[in-house]
Design a protein around this ligand. Structure first.
Ligand code: 13P
Ligand code: ZN
Length: 269
C-alpha cells in the first residue's frame, strides 16, 4: 500500500520527482546522497489523506514558518541516493505535514524516512513563496559540477557577473532563465543561516541561486521546470569552460545581440 495508490494527480507529481532524480544521477550531479528535492503537494491532499495518522513523533523544523500550517510536502530522505529515489521515490523519501504550530512536522507516509537535512532551506523557501502568492511548488538542490566550479572564484561571486557571462554563452540561456543566477556566500550545509540567506537571494528576484562551493538551489512551478533552469545554466557554464579548456576566453554574445534577444522575446533587461 502506498499513499499514491488511486491518487493519479499526486502520483504524477512524484513520478516527475523520480524522473528528475534519475537525470541528476546521470548528469553526475548527485554523488552519494548529494542533493535534495521537496514538493508542496498540499493541493493534491484529500480528506482521506488528512485523516491518516502520523507515523512519526512531531519533529522540529528548526525554524518557525507561519505560512506552512497544514501544508503537506514530499521530501527526499536524508542520506538517500538520487539514483535509488529514481527507482523508488516512496522508499527514499516521505510525505510530511506541518503542524499548526508552524514549527514541527510529522511523517505521514509511506515509511518513516527522515526528510533531507536541508529541510530548513526548502521549507523556508516554500513559506516565502506562499507568502508572496507565487505559483511555484517545487524546490531542487543539487551539485552541478561546472556551476559549482564557478563559485570557487571571487570574480563569479560578484552580483550578476556569472549571470551576464552565462546568458552570453548561448541565446536560450536568457530566454529560459530570465531571472539569472543569484549568489549565496558559503554557509554551513543544512543551517538555518543558509536557509535565511537563500530566501534573501531568491527575494532579489532569482529562481536559481548558488550556494558558494556547494551547489545550486532552484524553484519553479514543478520539479521538471526547476531542473530545466539548472540544466540550461549548467550547459552555459560547460560552454564557457570548454572554450577555456581550448585555451581562449570565449567572446560571448555582444551587448547588441543580448539587447535584440531581450526585445524580441520580451525578457527583462
Ligand atoms: P541530504 O541527504 O540530507 O538530503 O543531504 C544532501 C545534501 O546535498 C546536503 O546539502
Ligand atoms: Zn548539498
Amino acid at each position: 500500500m502506498s499513499i499514491l495508490d488511486n491518487r493519479a494527480a499526486l502520483k504524477a507529481e512524484i513520478d516527475k520527482v523520480a524522473e528528475v532524480a534519475g537525470y541528476l544521477w546521470t548528469k553526475g550531479w548527485a554523488e552519494r546522497n548529494g542533493g535534495n528535492i521537496t514538493v508542496n503537494i498540499t493541493q493534491w491532499v484529500d480528506d482521506a489523506m488528512r485523516a491518516l495518522p502520523a507515523i512519526s513523533e512531531p519533529r522540529p523544523i528548526g525554524t518557525v514558518l507561519p505560512r506552512l500550517a497544514g501544508c503537506w510536502f514530499y521530501c527526499k530522505g536524508t542520506q538517500k541516493r538520487m539514483r535509488d529515489l529514481a527507482r523508488d521515490p516512496m522508499a527514499n523519501g516521505s510525505v510530511i505535514r506541518i503542524l499548526p504550530d508552524c514549527a514541527h512536522y510529522e511523517i505521514v507516509a509511506d515509511a518513516p524516512v527522515a526528510p533531507t537535512s536541508e529541510l530548513p532551506s526548502h521549507l523556508s523557501v516554500h513559506n516565502y513563496l506562499l507568502a508572496k502568492g507565487s505559483p511555484y511548488r517545487a524546490s531542487l538542490h543539487t551539485h552541478p559540477i561546472e556551476l559549482v566550479a564557478l563559485t570557487h572564484s571571487k570574480k563569479w561571486l560578484e552580483k550578476d557577473a556569472a549571470t551576464r557571462m552565462l546568458w552570453s554563452m548561448i541565446p536560450e540561456t536568457k530566454a529560459f532563465c530570465p531571472r539569472g543566477l543569484g549568489m549565496v556566500p558559503y554557509m554551513l550545509p543544512s543551517s538555518v543561516e543558509l536557509a535565511d540567506a537563500t530566501i534573501k537571494a531568491i527575494d532579489g528576484d532569482y529562481d536559481v541561486v548558488m550556494w558558494e562551493k556547494h551547489g545550486v538551489f532552484a524553484v519553479d512551478t514543478d520539479i521538471m521546470s526547476a531542473f530545466d533552469q539548472v540544466d540550461v545554466l549548467n550547459k552555459a557554464a560547460q560552454i564557457y569552460l570548454s572554450a577555456r579548456g581550448m585555451g581562449f576566453e570565449p567572446d560571448g554574445m555582444t551587448d547588441a545581440q543580448m539587447q535584440e534577444l531581450s526585445d524580441v522575446f520580451g525578457l527583462p533587461k
